[in-house]
Design a protein. Structure first.
Lengths: 457, 309
């Protein structure tokens, strides 16, 4: 009996192994088919970040771009963190995976200066339809190094405070036009109920997630990640300084007392979903969110007020950011890549997005061009926030974000040195677990100090 | 046949004598293996002695310098690396132990005839066939999520407060997923063990009036010992490399970062310090070799005991 049992088992195992092997073979055979399926049509690969405006452009590309130009676009749409990891690796190693990459204002001047990106200035100047002079100066400067434009802005943003006018009115509080963080914290705790959190603040690890929101708070509370030498090199880590602790305690206590559910996993997209679902009364985040809150398909349309980024010790604290398209030095086909960039970030697409997307005029990619703010339909649809967005972008303290000199290239919600990406990612992991309550602020700060100190050695 | 026998048969020194003829076809495979495993390893050792960094990691790219043993010296004093080692140990030991216990329990239940046995066995094996990333995503979104996870919906139903499983208990969440994935593997090994148990001895024990628990404790457990050891060894070798679940669920949040994830973050996962990452990786390779040698020695010793007994 024993023998027959073992026999059946063996036979079954052989069958299983054969089945698994066949499955692998089939999968392997299917892959090249998919990769070489298309014939002669020119194809470029583009990596973009997963945000609503970018998802829109990906779905509009076949009808608005490929039809006219004959260039097919293969998109890789990734979360902010993964996109950075992949583009940094690809651009840095001279890889040829992408013809166009979407990078931010943090990476652009760094990569440009290091000679990893194509200089777009000649192509942009030669292309009359692109209208280089129309690009807002603050954004253009942020995406340039030594006077050369290294990426073309798809959208640009500052940060400000969004709030539900109806909820605050019901609670009998008014929001000042230029609030301080203490005022905002008081209001958040007052309007906080079990069904609706007082405020949504980013808590998800990542220097561009929690790191961005938190660093603007840190700046205005008088703290900094590193001190700077006179020549702009990082001098010493400043995470163990009292101002840093004050900022972290303020931020984490506010989220714990009056913040959104599961804050340690929430960033822009999660807060957007919670705000639109009526689960939070206020939200401090990118100005680009306002377009989505006032979009024609938004459930909270018309219910929102907007105030400048809250401050403490500085006059302004809003960040400056742009997601922009760049061509890696190693791109095999820069001419077609530029054709795509000129279309995607030119004035033409902005107008097309107004009539072709679900969100309508309010949700078009904002903040990149002066002409956007002259479009009559946009002026009407974005009446609630367009002026506030422009004001916030002008107020963003890009060259002097805090109370002391910063090392590296200019930046508000980040420090313009390559080491910040890794330090920011690792430290925000610690801070995120402080927000979740599983790490003490003291432990997090002393570990982060070590990370920040060893990174600049 | 041992090597000594073979040499005696073939003519000494003649490369086409029988042992060489037998080895020749293996040579391409051997050369290939050396090319794809040992050469990269040597290159890694060289990298570990330099400060090689990604080009994006300095505003003005600097040439790579040879730094000697500097990377190894900083490694020893790095508290984060020690934390990662400790996390690796906890994660592996907990996952292996728990999946062995559950696997043995399921194997005992399956090792008898009942209606629908085939269906139950297939269902129990399924978690092992799910891709690790998918398994982690299922648990993250459908089970643990504090907004729409099943566990929190259940807690809500009983009027309890919701728990942010992944944020508050990162290590326990990851171990849960690993145990869920590896229990079927252990179950299969234990099932093989149970089915190789000689039926005549069990029958004799029954005839002698031994109680079921007595049979289990005094006959089945000693018989299963080899299989338990095999399961623990194979399980440890695989689970010590856990990566997918960590990346998907916590992204390396404090308390959940094991050594592979640490090395990943130091290298292509954001740190881009290939020099020091190589040093970490090499230390891990040597540590694994030591542990594996030790484990194998224990195992072969036990096997010899069995033979003698």
């Amino acid at each position: 009996m024993d023998g027959t049992r073992a026999g059946t088992t063996r036979r079954r195992m052989t069958f299983l192994a054969l089945a698994a092997g066949t499955a692998l073979l089939v999968a392997a055979a299917a892959l090249p088919g998919a990769a070489f399926g298309h014939g002669q049509a020119k194809t470029i690969s583009v990596a973009i970040v997963k945000n609503p405006q970018m998802t829109d452009i990906a779905s509009l590309t076949p009808s608005l771009f490929t039809k006219q130009s004959g260039i097919k676009v293969k998109y890789t749409i990734l979360d902010e963190g993964k996109l950075r990891e992949i583009t940094t690796r690809d651009v840095g190693s001279g890889g040829k995976s992408f013809d166009v990459v979407m990078i931010g204002m943090y990476e652009t001047p760094q990569f440009g200066q290091a000679g990893l990106l194509q200089d777009l200035t000649p192509m942009a100047k030669a292309d009359a339809a692109y209208k280089l002079s129309d690009v807002l100066p603050a954004v253009r400067n942020g995406l340039s190094a030594n006077g050369k434009l290294y990426a073309s802005p798809f959208y640009a943003e500052s940060s400000f405070l969004m709030y539900r006018k109806d909820v605050l009115a019901k609670a009998g509080v008014t929001m000042p036009a230029k609030p301080t963080w203490n005022q905002v914290a008081t209001i958040a705790r007052k309007v906080n109920t079990p069904d609706m959190a007082g405020i949504c603040l980013r808590g998800k690890p990542g220097w561009g997630d929690l790191g961005a929101s938190f660093t603007t708070v840190l700046n205005t509370f008088g703290g900094t990640w590193w001190s700077s030498t006179a020549s702009g090199k990082p001098a010493a880590a400043q995470v163990n300084q009292p101002a840093f602790k004050t900022a972290l305690d303020f931020y984490s206590k506010l989220v714990q007392d009056a913040g959104e559910k599961d804050a340690a996993n929430s960033s822009f997209n999660e807060c957007l979903a919670q705000y639109q679902a009526g689960k939070v009364a206020m939200w401090y985040d990118a100005t680009v969110a306002a377009g989505l809150l006032e979009a024609s398909d938004s459930p909270v349309k018309g219910k929102n007020g907007y105030a400048l980024a809250p401050v403490d010790k500085t006059k302004a604290s809003g960040w400056l950011w742009s997601w922009a398209l760049a061509i890696p030095k190693s791109s095999p086909d820069p001419t077609d890549a530029w054709k795509y960039i000129a279309w995607a970030t030119g004035p033409g697409y902005i107008k097309a997005a107004g009539t072709h997307t679900k969100g309508g005029w309010a949700a078009i990619p904002p903040g990149t061009r002066a002409s956007t703010y002259q479009i009559p339909q946009y002026k009407k649809a974005a009446a609630a926030f367009a002026a506030k967005t422009l004001a916030a972008m002008k107020a963003a303290p890009i060259t002097n974000p805090g109370t002391t000199k910063r090392p590296g290239l200019p930046g508000v919600q980040y420090v313009g040195i390559p080491q910040f990406q890794d330090v920011g990612n690792q430290c925000t992991q610690l801070f995120s677990s402080v927000i979740a309550g599983s790490t003490s602020d003291g432990d997090a700060l002393s570990q982060c100090q070590q990370i920040a100190a060893s990174a600049i050695k | 046949m041992t090597a000594a026998d073979a040499t005696r048969k073939g003519k000494a020194g003649d490369p086409f004598s029988s042992p060489w003829r037998r080895r020749l076809p293996l040579l391409p495979a051997l050369i290939f293996t050396i090319l794809v495993t040992q050469l990269p390893f040597l290159v890694s050792i060289y990298y570990s002695l330099t400060d090689l960094k990604d080009k994006t990691q300095s505003l003005i790219p600097q040439p790579t310098r040879f730094v000697g043993l500097e990377n190894y010296r900083t490694l020893l004093s790095n508290p984060f690396f020690r934390d990662a080692m400790w996390t690796s140990v906890k994660m592996t030991v907990l996952s292996v132990l728990l999946s062995l216990i559950f696997g043995t329990a399921f194997a005992l239940l399956l090792d008898r005839k009942f209606l629908g046995q085939g269906l139950v066995r297939t269902l129990l094996i399924t978690p092992f066939l799910v891709m690790p990333v998918v398994a982690a995503l299922i648990w993250k979104q459908q089970m643990f999520s504090s907004l729409f996870g099943l566990l929190n919906k259940a807690l809500e139903f009983f009027g309890l407060d919701s728990v942010q499983f992944i944020s508050d208990h990162p290590l326990a969440s990851i171990v849960t997923v690993l145990v869920w994935q590896w229990t079927p593997f252990m179950m299969l090994i234990m099932l093989a063990g149970l089915q190789s148990q000689p039926a005549d001895i069990l029958e004799a024990a029954n005839v002698d009036g031994a109680k079921p628990f007595g049979i289990f404790r005094q006959l089945t457990i000693p018989h299963l010992r080899r299989y338990l050891e095999l399961g623990a060894l194979l399980g440890s070798i695989y689970i010590i490399q856990a990566f997918d679940a960590i990346d998907v669920m916590t992204g390396g949040a404090p308390g959940s970062k094991n050594v592979p994830y640490f090395v990943y973050q130091e290298s292509i996962g954001g740190g881009f310090r290939y020099g020091s990452a190589s040093a970490y990786a090499i230390v891990v390779v040597f540590a694994s070799i030591i542990i594996a040698t030790f484990a194998l020695r224990v195992l072969s010793g036990l096997l010899k005991d069995e033979e003698r007994a």
